[in-house]
Design a protein. Structure first.
Length: 460
């Protein structure tokens, strides 16, 4: 029943010595690359580094088999790593856990999901909605690979539905009612934190969900104290929210202006906020008004698109480029940022889907310490053919920034599911779980997993 013991035996010997020339990591990497190329075009083929194909098939072995010391072999699970999406995600129900409703709708239950769909934090609603409809959703906890904990906490807080203290308290209450969270120490539980502060929104996150998988949008991930709740090995960077109206399908694309007709070199989209690099950019825009615009688009509403610029200077994300557009003019574009080459000036920025997207082919990242005339001269020196190439490469992957329904073969959600699949582990344990000779999982008091009763002691 609720026990994890019904899963087939999986014995992962510690003594395996593989005779293959590739390391295990290489093999998994190669598999993932095979997997991920499914939904991406071949633009980035050259950037994939895999073991030579011959070494993978050497010794009559398939790439997911590891030979162990007694002559036997362990086959790497297809599920989780295989060439197609195959994972099972359990989505916690609003009424199943006391407190979850408050995290979704505020203390009075009055905040609607629709109200939380807009703006930066729309991703937490979209991902939840897409998972509820997903073919990968399971309603059986015992077969789930991952558990999704829905919460619109950022939106609820902005709308006065819960304060910081209540958010912290409610999260802890919610987690203490989840035996599966306890079993893995949170390792197979997935959270979305859709604002710049990331998981810091839950004040005691570091104590309780430190081991969980956190989805957080592309941006500079450091907070005011320069600490980051983002861990590159366990967490997943997701595309920021692009308003639905901007990504409508089936609308004829506007032909981007040829480079030769583009009047300006670059547009800097953003606010100054008293930061040194940003002030320098604004200074540059004043000095060279014929080259650089500061929020040029807002100022010159008669221009049609960002494509009057060759480059867009971005601080943190590729998606902002589209977000900064005046709303009414957008509907003719799908995802706009590709019509100019993003120049990223935030040293700390992190980007989504780095397993499959080679950002050198679609963008430029320049040191924030070297903002000045040197940057303009450099941008001017880039030949048009090169810019065309980068725009074309960007156009091919921009679908990954759109939170489209699952039947679309390329979307932000497809990308996120592939990334989640990489995080699947067959066996989960924590400092507070133990197992016996007969594969029974027990707690410190030797109580069997199926009999664990909430509230549970939480990781500390
Ligand atoms: C968060 O809530 C837990 C449980 O109520 C409490 O122990 C902890 O001190 C709180 N953290 C902060 C930073 O207030
Ligand atoms: C996460 O938890 C572990 C174990 O309690 C601790 O050693 C580590 O410092 C924590 N990480 C952060 C960022 O607080
Ligand atoms: C605004 O855009 C229009 C159309 O592209 C152009 O004719 C005009 O010169 C621009 N104005 C400024 C201040 O850049
Ligand atoms: C496993 O072993 C423990 C300790 O001997 C025992 O209490 C428990 O009932 C066993 N569980 C099963 C499923 O046989």
């Amino acid at each position: 029943m609720g026990s994890p013991n019904n899963k087939p035996a999986r014995i992962f010997s510690l003594h395996h010595h593989t005779s293959l020339p590739c390391t295990r990591a290489h093999q998994i990497g190669a598999l993932l690359l095979i997997a991920t190329t499914f939904f991406l075009t071949r633009v980035f083929d050259q950037s994939f580094s895999t073991c030579p194909p011959s070494s993978l098939n050497h010794d009559h072995s398939s790439p997911n088999v590891v030979h162990v010391s007694d002559g036997g072999s362990l086959s790497w699970p297809q599920r989780g790593y295989g060439p197609h999406l195959s994972l099972k995600i359990y989505v916690y129900e609003e009424d199943e856990i006391d407190g979850l409703k408050e995290l979704l709708r505020g203390r009075d239950g009055k905040i609607s999901a629709d109200a939380c769909l807009k703006g930066q934090w729309g991703t937490q609603v979209k991902i939840h909605g897409l998972l509820l409809k997903s073919r990968l959703r399971t309603r059986k906890k015992e077969e789930a690979d991952l558990f999704f904990v829905p919460a619109y906490a950022k939106c609820v807080r902005m709308m006065g539905g819960l304060n910081d203290k209540e958010i912290n308290h409610t999260y802890v209450k919610v987690l203490s009612q989840m035996p599966y969270f306890r079993r893995s120490g949170g390792r197979d539980h997935v959270f979305v934190f859709p604002s710049g502060a990331g998981a810091h929104l839950f004040r005691s996150w570091a104590t309780y969900i430190n081991r969980s998988i956190i989805l957080t949008p592309e941006a500079d991930r450091t907070d005011k104290k320069d600490t980051s709740a983002f861990n590159t090995w366990k967490d997943i960077i997701i595309p920021g929210n692009v308003e639905d109206g901007m990504t409508k399908r089936g609308v004829a694309m506007v032909q981007p202006l040829p480079l030769s007709k583009r009047k300006y070199l670059a547009n800097y989209l953003g606010r100054a906020q008293g930061k040194v690099g940003r002030l320098k950019l604004i200074e540059l825009a004043k000095q060279f008004p014929d080259k650089v615009c500061f929020n040029g688009h807002g100022r010159n509403s008669s221009a049609f698109g960002l494509d009057i610029y060759r480059f867009v200077i971005e601080l943190e994300t590729l998606a902002y480029c589209s977000d900064a557009f005046p709303r009414k003019r957008n509907r003719d574009y799908e995802c706009l940022w590709v019509e100019c080459v993003p120049v990223i000036l935030s040293d700390q920025a992190e980007f989504p889907f780095q397993n499959v997207i080679d950002y050198t082919q679609i963008s430029i990242k320049w040191p924030s310490t070297r903002i000045g005339l040197e940057l303009l001269e450099y941008l001017e020196s880039i030949p048009d053919e090169k810019i065309e190439q980068m725009l074309a490469a960007g156009r091919q992957v921009r679908c990954l920034w759109v939170y489209a329904p699952e039947f679309e073969s390329c979307s932000a959600m497809q990308g996120i599911l592939w990334e989640l699949q990489r995080k699947v582990r067959q066996f989960h344990q924590s400092a507070e779980t133990f197992w016996l000779h007969n594969r029974t999982i027990v707690d410190r008091h030797l109580v069997e997993f199926s009999s664990w009763d909430p509230p549970m002691p939480l990781p500390r």
